[in-house]
Design a binder for this molecule. Structure first.
Ligand code: PEP
Ligand code: MG
Length: 546
């Protein structure tokens, strides 16, 4: 047995034979030509055909992985129209009097080298895209079909790297997994792979030759291991692990597309928590009814300086558009405590969890808050965005937020900038907010209970301190009674209440929450379908036999 390691792009277990995927790298010969105009014409024709193919791939990818992930094929079309790229090809044809293939090959090498040398990671990843579009043109010029992977039995694909167009062309019925030597976790291929749900590893130092080709192999996408010719014990362990995964998948299949309605007819909103636009694929795959918590502070944490209004607007708009009319609750920044961001230059605090964090930063640094609100309001014209404010303790805070929101809207009006009418709610994650939730409910559109902080503040237990784990009891009756109280006060005022803290995914409590009248549960995407199963089996009117 040989064991290799890699970085997991998507979990799951695959067992099957390896097929080493050799790229159809085009052999490019330098041929001297007299009629350079004809070569230029051949290039133009090939380019048009490439655009046609990319349009086809785009349509296929939209159906398989959604618009956001299919966008790479639009980007490739745009790259084919890039003046620098085209001028380089034409220049080489005319000045060196050579064939179109050679000019494309040279341009591809030059441009991909240039991208690879850039500091910016995103730009470095574009080197693969340049190679991809160039290979496409070359295969058209050579009259060879753009190869997918053809194999009679399902296989584990092992490749040096896979271009996005190669990944989407794979016949998924024949692919058990893919493993690449290169590639990055953030590449479009990785995103596509995750959305397609194929166990995948990158960065594996495996030989692309007959020492592994055709050999029975296990890919453990959960642990990031590859076992070539596994021994009996490993194989049977992995088969067991795979069986469990298959059971989960089966559940997924049966429950996908179903509505979240209890036996007594109560409809529950089952939403997803995300921290990043990259999580959207999993949101869609797991059939979330919306996004219940987009932790927008991650946009700030990933940057070296404050994200601009425009940067934020683009992200919020993409999320809203991708979710296509489903509710997207974006929480305003919750910086501070465990989420420190250097450029905020927050002073050192003895007690950061009780310090300058979340809404307290927004209400004391209005410029930062207003930038985010402008981006959110503008984006709300493109989908069903709702805004949620964290760490609320008092009614005056909500009133002050409303004043600031009015100022932002007045400014947008003055500037003739379009914006929507987003719902606005608050997080209930402090005991104070629970106790005045009857009052708070009169001023907002919804409540979302942040049980992570609510537990820490109620039990006076630092959620960050692992030594206190035995005291951090989210099932504590104090916490559960608070949740009940919040839901009752919300309903009294005619608004809905949900849970977006980790407790929302705790299946031991789902029935209790439903009986309390919780209207929404927002959880990590992988927890959605197991929760749907419980919702479908629950009668909120019936006492359970102990
Ligand atoms: C919470 O406190 O429960 C919550 C959802 O917010 P965060 O975990 O981001 O503090
Ligand atoms: Mg919180």
């Amino acid at each position: 047995m040989q064991i290799f390691h890699g970085k997991s792009v998507f979990g799951g277990i695959a067992i099957g034979k390896i097929k080493v995927y050799q790229k159809g790298r085009q052999q490019v010969k330098r041929i001297r030509v007299e009629d350079t105009d004809r070569e230029q014409e051949r290039y133009e024709e090939a380019k048009q055909e490439a655009v046609r193919q990319l349009k086809g791939l785009y349509d296929k990818a939209v159906k398989e992985v959604g618009e956001a992930n299919a966008a790479i094929f639009e980007i490739h079309q745009m790259m084919l129209e890039d003046d620098d790229y085209n001028e380089s090809v034409e220049n080489i044809i005319h000045t060196q009097k050579v064939n179109a293939e050679y000019a494309v090959g040279m341009t591809s090498d030059n441009f991909s080298q240039m991208f690879s040398a850039m500091d910016d990671e995103y730009m470095r990843e574009r080197a693969a895209d340049v190679k991809d579009i160039s290979e496409r043109i070359l295969s058209i010029l050579n009259g060879s079909a753009n190869t997918g992977v053809d194999s009679d039995e399902p296989v584990i694909i092992l490749a040096d790297d896979l271009a996005p167009s190669e990944t989407v062309q794979l016949d998924k019925d024949k692919i058990l997994s893919f493993v690449t030597v290169h590639g990055s976790v953030n590449s479009h291929t990785a995103i596509l792979a995750r959305t397609m749900g194929i166990p995948a590893l990158i960065g594996t130092e495996m030989p692309l030759d007959e020492t592994v080709d055709g050999k029975l192999t296990v890919v453990d996408g959960i642990k990031g291991c590859i076992y070539v010719e596994p021994d009996e014990e490993t194989l049977s362990q992995m088969q067991e692990k795979q069986k469990k995964e298959a059971e989960k998948k089966e559940l997924l299949k049966q429950l996908k597309g179903k509505e979240n309605i209890t036996l007594d007819g109560k409809r529950i909103m089952l939403y997803a928590n995300i921290g990043n636009i990259k999580d959207l694929a999993m949101v869609i795959k797991n059939d979330a009814g919306g996004i219940g918590l987009f932790r927008s502070e991650f946009i700030y944490l990933e940057k070296e300086d404050f994200p601009t209004e425009e940067e934020q607007f683009q992200i919020y708009r993409t999320v809203a558009e991708t979710m296509a009319g489903k509710r997207v609750i974006i929480r305003t920044l919750d910086i501070g405590a465990d989420k420190q961001c250097d450029y905020f230059k927050l002073a050192h605090e003895e007690n950061p969890a009780m310090g300058v964090r979340a809404i307290r930063i927004c209400l004391t640094r209005e410029d930062v808050f207003k930038t985010q609100l402008r981006a959110l309001f503008r984006a709300s014209a493109y989908g069903k965005i709702a805004i949620m404010y964290p760490m609320i303790t008092s009614v005056w805070e909500v009133k002050r937020i409303q004043e600031i929101v009015s100022e932002v809207c007045a400014e947008l009006d003055m500037q003739n900038i379009e914006y929507g009418n987003p719902e606005q709610g608050i997080m209930i994650e402090t005991p104070a907010a629970v106790m005045v939730s009857d009052e708070l409910a009169k001023h907002v559109d919804f409540f979302s209970i942040g049980t992570n902080d609510l537990t820490q503040y109620t039990l006076a237990v630092d959620r960050q301190n692992p030594k206190l784990d035995m005291f951090y009891d989210a099932h504590h009756p104090a916490v559960l009674r608070m949740i009940k109280m919040v839901v009752e006060n919300a309903h009294q005022a005619g608004i809905w209440a949900g849970i977006c803290g980790e407790l929302g995914a705790d299946t031991e409590l789902t029935k209790d929450f439903l009986k309390m009248g919780v209207d929404e549960l927002s959880v990590s995407p992988g927890s959605i379908l197991p929760l749907r199963k419980i919702i479908l089996e629950t009668d909120t009117q019936k006492e359970e036999a102990e």
